[in-house]
Design a protein around this ligand. Structure first.
Ligand code: HEM
Length: 510
């Protein structure tokens, strides 16, 4: 009965909305010179034709048909996709302020408290403040130098555990699981001066589970229809309720298990004990200090923790997974990397962060991984708050803007044989291209105001981890398999490996 009523209401709303949309479009006339794109119906736009085919490969194909700037009208959302270096430069750099906001969907409205965080905040004072407050404890080279020994120790523990596990050298292990623990430890050390002893640590299990649920719910494409076509939103009621529940469980864990614990220990310290413990030691000390000074509120503190869990951990683990898989599928490249490490460092001298800068081929392997297997292939969507003109077209206000960064880095017009995994290109014809976006055709971390502030951390962790693994083990596919399956899973913003690979790690030194 309820469902029937809902259906009736939906149909009535649908007809009224169609009539209203036709009327509005007639009244507006053809005043906007919109970019080309597929045919769009009132209400649903091009959603019926396009569906959820909104990945970077789909965008690459549409660009061949509609051009370097095209517009998808997906119900209430306008999505502009940019596939040229010139327009990307304009959006990210020359007119970075104008296009520097973020477009959220209904699920990310829930997960970010409508942009109270940093990643999905509108461009403006709040975003500036959050980015400044997070910079000191996370985003500088000083931080890398402060934590790099901890990160080196974490990798050494992985190496030791794998070496002691006979299965790793024979049938193989899903190394990703252990690497995930390592990256959690790296990030939690910076945030809370905390580490988890094992994959079975109950708090780690709890965190991994809620963060995993959040990632799955957020990355899924199955809620797009309700985001695009608001009158269909009642059908998403259950999904959105689950999102709200997961969000509140997650924030409660951060609050109860970390933030409140920290507050208690600060009070205990202030009540006459070891004074030097009040020094700002890790991220949370900085945030509580900013809260005490009235710069941010408790919700902002929670969203900083939320963002670090979402932006710092999965991205790094996924990049490691892709890099390891490429090294296994390209044994000659793996061997060449090992030779470089042995030659530059001498046998058995374990790779440290400063060493990674003396290993150009290691840097090239990382760059090539982030080129071919770009983790955030269309960047985190940008948005213009006001109507704008771009490439001769009108871009409606609050348009979601995707920069197809993957295509910029894989366009055969700008790259030799881009489909090949060939790190050497970054030592030869592309030797001037850095990860910091000095050349707009290669922006795995974005560029400009909203670029990835975690780039230095990510590059350090990737370098130490891959260097150590290749130095200590021969990485191989599992018995009976000649290659690792490189199938992709593209979600709302990120692309990861579809299947977590089992890999064999044969120790080099016994
Ligand atoms: C391989 C690892 C990583 C990759 C590929 C990556 C990539 C990106 C990309 C493409 C963006 C969006 C840029 C844009 O929209 O213009 C971004 C934003 C961001 N990343 Fe990363 N990231 C990685 C690791 C990290 C780490 C380790 C942290 C934190 C320590 C981090 C924190 C952030 C934050 C806070 C933003 C939002 C910045 C803003 O909106 O102002 N990322 N990242």
């Amino acid at each position: 009965m309820d469902l029937l009523l809902l259906l009736q209401k939906t149909l009535v709303s649908l007809f009224s909305a169609v009539a209203a949309a036709i009327l509005i479009s007639k009244l507006r006339g053809k005043r906007l010179n919109l970019p080309p794109g597929p045919f769009a119906l009132p209400i649903v736009g091009s959603w019926l034709q396009i569906g959820n085919n909104l990945g970077h490969h789909d965008f690459t194909n549409y660009a061949k048909k509609f051009g370097q700037l095209f517009l998808l009208r997906m119900g209430q959302r306008n999505i502009a996709v940019i596939s040229s270096t010139e327009l990307a430069r304009e959006v990210l750099l020359t007119r970075g302020k104008e296009f520097g906001s973020r477009s959220r969907n209904i699920v990310y409205d829930i997960f970010t408290g409508k942009g109270q965080d940093l990643v999905f905040a509108e461009y403006g004072d709040h975003w500036r403040k959050m980015r400044r407050i997070m910079s000191v404890p996370f985003f500088t080279n000083r931080v890398v130098q402060q934590y790099r020994r901890e990160w080196e120790t974490e990798v050494a523990k992985v190496v030791e555990e794998v070496r002691r596990n006979p299965a790793a050298a024979e049938e193989g292990v899903v190394l990703r699981r252990r690497l995930e623990l390592m990256v959690y430890n790296n990030v939690y050390k910076m945030m809370f001066d905390k580490r988890f002893d094992s994959e079975e640590d109950p708090l780690f299990v709890k965190l991994k589970s809620v963060n995993g649920e959040r990632s799955k719910l957020g990355q899924s494409l199955e809620y797009n229809f309700g985001d695009f076509v608001p009158i269909l939103r009642p059908f998403l009621r259950g999904y959105l309720k689950t999102c709200r529940e997961v969000m509140s469980r997650r924030l409660n864990i951060y609050k109860d298990s970390f933030i409140h614990q920290k507050k208690k220990s600060v009070v205990a310290t202030r009540n006459g004990m070891v004074e030097k413990n009040i020094d700002l030691k890790c991220g949370i000390d900085h945030f509580l200090e900013a809260q005490k000074n009235g710069e941010i509120n408790e919700d902002n503190v929670l969203f900083i923790v939320e963002n670090m869990n979402a932006a710092a951990i999965d991205t790094t683990v996924w990049a490691l997974e892709w890099a390891i898989a490429e090294l296994i599928n390209n044994p000659r490249i793996q061997a060449k990397l090992r030779t470089e490490i042995d030659t530059v460092l001498g046998p058995k001298n374990q790779v440290t962060e400063p060493d990674t800068h003396k290993l150009p081929y290691l840097q090239a392997v990382i760059k090539e991984t982030l080129r071919l297997r770009m983790i955030v292939p269309c960047l985190v969507p940008h948005m213009n708050l006001h109507q704008a003109n771009l490439g001769g077209y009108d871009i409606p206000a609050e348009c979601r803007i995707y920069i197809n960064a993957w295509w910029l880095a894989n366009n055969p017009a700008h790259w030799g044989k881009p489909e090949e995994f060939r790190p050497k290109r970054f030592l030869e014809e592309e030797s001037n291209v850095q990860v910091n976006g000095n050349n707009i055709k290669y922006i795995p971390f974005g560029v400009g105001r909203r670029n990835c502030p975690g780039m230095l951390i990510a590059m350090a962790v990737l370098g130490i981890t891959l260097g150590s693994l290749v130095q200590n083990f021969e990485l191989l596919p599992p018995p009976g398999q000649s290659k690792i399956d490189m199938a992709e899973n593209s979600g709302q913003f990120a692309t990861r490996m579809l299947n977590h690979a089992t890999i064999v790690l044969k120790p080099r030194y016994v």
